[in-house]
Ligand binder design. Structure first.
Ligand code: SF4
Length: 388
């Protein structure tokens, strides 16, 4: 045990002995669907008055080798395996509460327009899978004076959240009541919604810039955790030096006037019921991320300045397999270029990604002008809001 580790252990006190909420230091692994909900957790724990919230670092090979090696108890896709490194890293931080939510469903903007907004089952069970790796020989959490809390989190049914969160946290947060938990949940949703609003406004700014300058942009279709540099390999960033702005499907603008421009004709023709209806192309709409990927594909097929789509998918992702063909068809049927980086994992050589990026840029340069013109012809006049 290093000198630093010994100091951290000396400073820790078990949570049960504390009365002061400020002494609670929460560690949250930055993994899987925490990527789409982190602002909820920041708002929630701030409202409860905890002293500190510490997220783990971005996923990296070094993080896994140092903290997660030997902790995986069953085979899975790489994003799930990476959780071992995140949890292991947090054991060496100055925390006394390790909070790893078991996210069952997500707070998607498509809720009400789709069958359900569930997480991938591997996402939900990842916590139990990796927890076993840290307890099978000895309990690494209690050895370090850390309480591990992993509540069931049905974001899709927000009225149930206070109950599940209170039941899991009441033993480790002194004096916590159900009413207080319910108020903190409201704060969490407020923080998440403010953050998403800012992100969607940024995307709209980019689209306006493209419209005014008749410049192309790229859209990434992936899972939210492909924003993690260690999971998505920063492929999106490779395009920016070439002058291509990159939008992410999960933060596209949802302004009424824009969606009416893109989807209005189909709604009036009775093909879809609303701009968020994906039943014309995807009937099995249970998975939240999958639904949003499909919707993002429809958006990209209509918005003139998205001339290329980058699809990312992790090694051994069973959820993505059935979506590859429909997504490609939706995108390409509009003339938009489609490029897939599949089976991403730690062994993907950076050199081959660079060569593919250069090839994609070649096609974007060659075809973007025509794609923009053709897509503009299919829509009515450009809304004035896009040109202001
Ligand atoms: S959606 Fe795919 S990559 Fe994500 S946890 Fe599920 S199987 Fe793994």
């Amino acid at each position: 045990m290093s000198f630093l580790t010994s100091l951290i252990l000396l400073k820790r006190r078990p949570l049960g002995s504390q009365q002061d909420r400020r002494s609670i230091r929460v560690g949250i692994p930055k993994f899987l669907n925490v990527w789409g909900t982190h602002q909820f957790w920041v708002g929630f724990f701030k409202a409860l008055g905890v002293g500190k919230i510490i997220f783990s670092s971005d996923t990296s090979e070094e993080q896994y080798r140092t903290y997660g090696k030997g902790r995986i108890t069953m085979d899975s896709c790489y994003p799930v395996k990476a959780l071992a490194g995140h949890m292991g890293e947090l054991l060496y931080k100055d925390i006394n509460l390790l909070f790893v939510p078991m996210i069952y469903s997500l707070p998607s903007f498509l809720r009400g327009h789709v069958v359900d907004t569930l997480s991938c089952t591997r996402v939900m069970m990842s916590v139990e899978n990796i927890r076993a790796g840290f307890t099978r020989e000895r309990d690494e959490f209690s050895q370090r004076g850390i309480s591990l809390v992993s509540p069931f989190v049905p974001f899709g049914e927000p009225e149930l959240l206070p109950k599940y969160l209170w039941e899991s946290l009441k033993e480790v947060i002194p004096g916590l009541t159900l009413e207080e938990t319910a108020k903190a949940v409201e704060e969490g949703f407020r923080a998440l919604s403010d953050f998403e609003k800012r992100m969607r406004e940024k995307s709209l700014e980019i689209i306006k810039w493209c419209a005014k300058n008749q410049r192309p942009a790229l859209l990434v279709l992936a899972r939210p955790y492909h924003m993690d540099p260690g999971i998505g390999h920063e492929i999106d960033a490779e395009f920016q030096p070439y002058g291509y702005p990159v939008l992410w499907y999960n933060y596209l603008p949802l302004d009424d006037w824009l969606l009416d421009w893109l989807f209005g004709k189909e709604i009036r023709a009775g093909i879809i019921k609303s701009p968020f209806d994906i039943s014309d192309v995807w009937t099995s709409s249970y998975s939240s991320n999958t639904n949003e990927i499909i919707w993002g594909a429809k958006f990209s097929a209509r918005l003139p300045w998205i001339t290329g789509v980058i699809r990312l998918s992790s090694y051994e992702c069973g959820m993505d397999q059935p979506t590859f063909t429909p997504v490609q068809k939706i995108v390409e049927s509009s003339g938009t270029l489609y490029f897939k980086f599949g089976e991403l994992d730690e062994t993907k050589p950076a050199g081959s990604i660079k060569i593919r990026v250069e090839t994609i840029v070649y096609y974007l340069e060659k075809y973007s002008k025509d794609i923009i013109e053709k897509k503009l012809k299919r829509l009515g006049p450009i809304p004035k809001e896009l040109l202001t």
